[in-house]
Design a binder for this molecule. Structure first.
Ligand SMILES: O=C(O)CCC(=O)C(=O)O
Length: 258
């Protein structure tokens, strides 16, 4: 990352890296992502009405490509730079936001969950959202409130309609949005949004015929490892060893070194 990008991340709480991964890299990951969406696949949550898969967790345990993604230098090096320390993988998951049936995500800060449910001490982590489909203004893009991460941890409440999430009250979102506006990064598959654990974010449902698969890779500082996990290990990973990044072409077909 350039100095200006680091400054932008500190100011806005996120950074959009358009086309960071190639079409070939994305299509290989996407093929594996579809395997974890099948009925009966492990570690997944379906949409409330059972019509489609909503999230698949820990795909890196079952896919060599996703395991490499979790150690990819294009994600690990920016995270190390932003955090100024070695990182380990706290969470890897795929959000599907299926065509016609992909449900919304209420406003929240990820750190609220990680702190309360996993015992993560500080918001010293970086989340990377990698688009495995084109993300447009209509297929349920993630919405962010620039600068909201600077407000620290805001009051979280549990809302029935958005299990299992600690959500932000409407009046808090209103106040934050009055200050920072709302931004929804859109772009081609292969683009990445890096964002801060205290970023207020949400997304609407997907009523279009175009699915919106996004993989989330959360890298946490090794000195900030979770202390009191209450969730299963596929939701809050337990290997706290520092990641040694792989070669830049590790997602290429036929690439063996791992
Ligand atoms: O997939 C989305 O649009 C938002 C997901 C999200 O906020 C989350 O997984 O914490």
């Amino acid at each position: 990352l350039a100095v200006a990008q680091v400054a932008q991340f500190r100011r806005d709480g996120f950074l959009f890296l358009r086309g960071l991964f190639s079409a070939a890299e994305v299509s290989a990951l996407r093929r594996d992502a579809l395997r974890f969406a099948r009925p009966g696949a492990a570690h997944k949550f379906d949409e409330r009405d059972g019509s489609a898969v909503r999230v698949a967790h820990a795909p890196h345990w079952r896919s060599r490509l996703f395991s490499r993604l979790g150690r990819h230098p294009r994600l690990v090096e920016p995270a190390r730079k932003l955090l100024g320390r070695e990182v380990y993988l706290h969470q890897l998951k795929i959000n599907y936001k299926a065509a016609f049936n992909g449900g919304s995500w209420a406003w929240h800060q990820d750190f609220a969950m990680w702190h309360r449910q996993d015992g993560m001490p500080r918001p010293a982590a970086v989340a990377a959202a990698l688009f495995l489909d084109d993300v447009t203004s209509t297929n349920g893009p993630m919405m962010l409130i620039p600068g909201s991460h600077r407000s620290g941890r805001l009051g979280a409440e549990r809302k029935e309609r958005s299990r299992p999430l600690l959500t932000l009250p409407d009046r808090v979102v209103e106040r934050l949005a009055r200050g920072g506006g709302i931004h929804a990064p859109t772009g081609p598959a292969g683009s990445v949004v890096l964002f801060h654990p205290n970023m207020a974010h949400a997304s609407g449902s997907n009523l279009t015929p175009w699915g919106r698969i996004v993989a989330f890779v959360v890298l946490n500082g090794v000195d900030n490892a979770i202390r009191r996990p209450t969730r299963p290990d596929w939701l809050a990973l337990r290997d706290f060893s520092p990641i040694e990044p792989l070669a830049d072409d590790c997602l290429r077909r036929g690439r063996r070194a791992c």
